[in-house]
Design a protein around this ligand. Structure first.
Ligand SMILES: *Cc1c(COP(=O)(O)O)cnc(C)c1O
Length: 349
């Protein structure tokens, strides 16, 4: 059989073998203790419901996946790989939780952290000299800056740094960082991969087997394991990722076209995916009035679900001050485009 397309992988990967009476889906394995002497032994070491999800995500990203309790648990397992005192270079507009963890390890003297504009490849090249790790997020949350992955990855490798990409916004259907040379890919599974706003989970995909083993060992040691039910639900969500993303992205493109030129705002869109940021010209107050006036769009912080949500990011104190106060991040869902556009335009007047 030729190599299947990603849309096929999303549907077929991580299933039990095609033999009589095998279940079509790996069931939820609610278990803490296994009969000893085998591969699993204990519920913190392994679970078949995790493995089914990991097989599917690993195949989509082109590496070996390890699942975690949350995106934040996945991020902390990766940061644990930095040797004591090593330097980490990261985007100044990273996810606020990532910035929080980086500032925490720096404050405790565990690592040195340098923030850069990840879209400025020359600045990244300069900063990675002598670094242990280059952390990339692209597009960034919520500024939507796009990094030149192959170029900055090559520069980081030349400098001896490990390259990590938070691929939460793009998903493996729009960006495959391991093909671009990255060593590790991080996901908040909570968002697009699971896609239904009903669970919190994370994952790391490693290009190399030994890195996956090291991350699984960190998971066992620190205990940041996913719930078997969440892993089951995340895999069920992953089965429709391509269908959801195609529709959400088509909606996002159409919304960008319909909002473009509106006098009250400036639109930012990286050209792919289903996150759009709009900067309301009237600032924080006008943006707050706007998000309070929508009826269909839900004011909520998370993203990547089938339903459309929006949020003024600077309502959080942790959001960098370089993000405009009136910036509202839209997570475009899979509803009918006319309903989505009409609701936003009505709320803007
Ligand atoms: C939400 C998010 C995270 C954190 O993931 P959790 O599942 O909430 O712990 C990390 N990176 C990005 C880009 C995110 O959007």
């Amino acid at each position: 059989m030729p190599v299947p397309h990603p849309e096929t992988v999303a549907v077929v990967a991580g299933r039990p073998p095609h033999t009589p009476d095998q279940p079509m889906n790996t069931p939820v394995h609610l278990v803490s203790n296994y009969v000893g002497g085998g591969q699993l032994e204990y519920g913190r070491f392994g679970n078949p419901s995790w493995t089914a999800f990991e097989d599917a995500l690993g195949e989509l990203e082109g590496g070996r996946a390890v699942s975690f309790a949350s995106g934040m648990a996945a991020i902390s397992a990766v940061l644990d790989l930095v040797p004591a005192g090593g330097r980490i270079v990261a985007p100044r507009h990273s996810y606020t939780g990532t910035i929080g963890q980086l500032e925490d390890v720096a404050a405790r003297g565990l690592a040195e952290v340098v923030f850069v504009d990840i879209a400025d490849a020359d600045a990244v090249r300069e900063a990675v000299s002598g670094a242990a790790m280059l952390w990339i997020e692209s597009p960034t949350n919520p500024a939507l800056e796009v990094a030149d992955l192959p170029r900055i990855t090559a520069d980081a490798h030349a400098a001896g740094a490990v390259v990590v990409v938070d691929n939460t916004f793009a998903t493996p259907l729009r960006q495959r960082p391991i093909e671009a040379g990255a060593d590790l890919v991080v996901h908040s599974v909570t968002k697009y991969l699971a896609g239904h706003s009903d669970l919190v989970m994370g994952a790391v995909v490693a290009a190399r087997e030994e890195d996956a083993a090291a991350l699984a060992a960190r998971r066992t040691l620190r205990g940041g394991i996913p719930s078997p039910l969440d892993a089951f639900l995340a895999l069920r969500g992953l089965r429709t990722l391509h269908v959801r993303l195609d529709r959400a992205e088509a909606n996002a493109r159409e919304l960008v076209a319909r909002l473009g030129g509106h006098p009250a705002l400036e639109v930012r869109y990286p050209g792919f995916g289903a996150i759009v940021s709009i900067v309301v010209r009237g600032g924080a107050e006008a943006a707050d009035a706007f998000v309070a006036a929508t009826r269909l769009w839900v004011h909520a912080t998370s993203l990547g679900g089938v339903e459309s949500t929006l949020e003024r990011r600077r309502r959080w104190a942790a959001e960098p001050a370089t993000i405009p106060a009136g910036l509202v991040r839209l997570s475009v869902g899979i509803e009918h485009i006319d309903d989505l556009a009409d609701d936003l335009l009505a709320a803007l007047v």
